[in-house]
Design a protein around this ligand. Sequence first.
Ligand code: ZN
Length: 505
Amino acid sequence: MSEKAQKALNELTDQIKQVSTLYSCMSLLGWDERTYMPRKGAPNRAEQQSMLAGMAHEKFTSKEIGDLISEVEASDLVKDPLSADAVNVREIRRVYDKQVKKPKSLVEEISKTTTLSEQAWVEARKKSDFPGFSPWLAKMIDLKNEEAESVGYEKEPYDALLDDYEPGETAENITKVFADLRGDLVPLVEAVANAPKKPDVSILEREYDVDRQAILGKAASAAIGFDYDSGRLDITTHPFCTTIGSGDVRITTRYNRDHFAQAFFGIMHETGHGLYEQGLDPQYSGLPMGDSISLGIHESQSRMWENIVGRSKPFWKYFFPRARQVFWEALSDVKLDDFYFAINDVRPSLIRVEADEATYNLHILLRFEIEHAIFNKELKTDDIPGIWNEKFQKYFGITPPNDAQGCLQDVHWGAGLIGYFPTYTLGNLYSAQFYAKAEEELGNLDEEFSRGHFDSLLGWLRDKIHKHGQRYRAEDLVKQVTGKPLSHEYLLKYLKDKYAPIYGI
Ligand code: ZN
């Protein structure tokens, strides 16, 4: 019996690794598409990708895989639910069930509608014409509702969508944590907005030679631990991090000659993602135990290195002399304190992707509240501009002048990415909660950072988070690592402790 089950497990592992290899080829093609591929290569690249995607899907959803999963599940091999074998089988089952439950016709219809609705969104945003996009969004919501019904859920259909990005998370839990955060964050942002002290951000808008930005950015990412023997940094339009396979993690950025912060903190952010990927256990490569947990946990790593470390005073005590050496013309007359204030400029603004670390979360809360209500049919898509502007005024104290700078600014809804937005703020919440625990266990890290030593924090993250792959669901990982369930208090305390002295509030 157990010998037979072991054989089934070995066979399942082989098959899943083959599927992962197909996905890894797709990752490489996708990376190339967004970095080096000439524009006219797009149609051929689309064919390559769609052929590989079809092969991977067919292989993964085969009856053979289903039978192998069932055979292993019925054996002693999964007796300990946190053993590597049990975790791998649990997660393969989760994804397998989802894939086979979705009717093929629905998958095709969603894919077709996504293309058209994204086009409609591009046009609508150009003309700031929400009514031109609204019927497409309504159709997308209907299709995603159908999808939720076909894959199933415990409490409410929205949870089925969340499961794609943050397995195990529920709208009920998010609603509560986000409401707590909103209650405390709105007054904090208001106090900062009303503070008479303002940074001189023009020092970041001087001329910063692009080649030298690349050298400095690379030096910073290497300093915090990114291994360039197992990774690369390249240029793209919309920065991302992708893993081709074990030992090959690619990060990307874009440079703006007239702005210091965009590429620098973009690189720190993607490096945070890259450090997580480089910290996964190579012995489980291609299997859930060698894969990241969720978008939120991924984002917790990027935000920690970008914001908690990268925008901290101790980091710049160490790094500012270096930046000044590289950009002598731009920075020789700038004091560390003024530079630190400029990179921590907090102010209410219209566009999410340009927002600072404090107001960013309000952009997300607003989107979650609206998409959740729309998905539950408590609101119609036509109501979005009105409710958006009303909430925006309440949270930020400003009203968008038009829908292009309001509810039409993001591609997500048009692309069918509903349930995705919350993972950004979950990432910020996790990062603050993890960091508080790291400092509790390691002692204050400021002194180490100011000397350019980041290895005790990275080692802690490797040990507590990275090496476990998907052993724990995000919710359980937070409890496991910090001893407490997810709470808004850590992020709030972090923001208060940091911004009260900066703004004198
Ligand atoms: Zn990210």
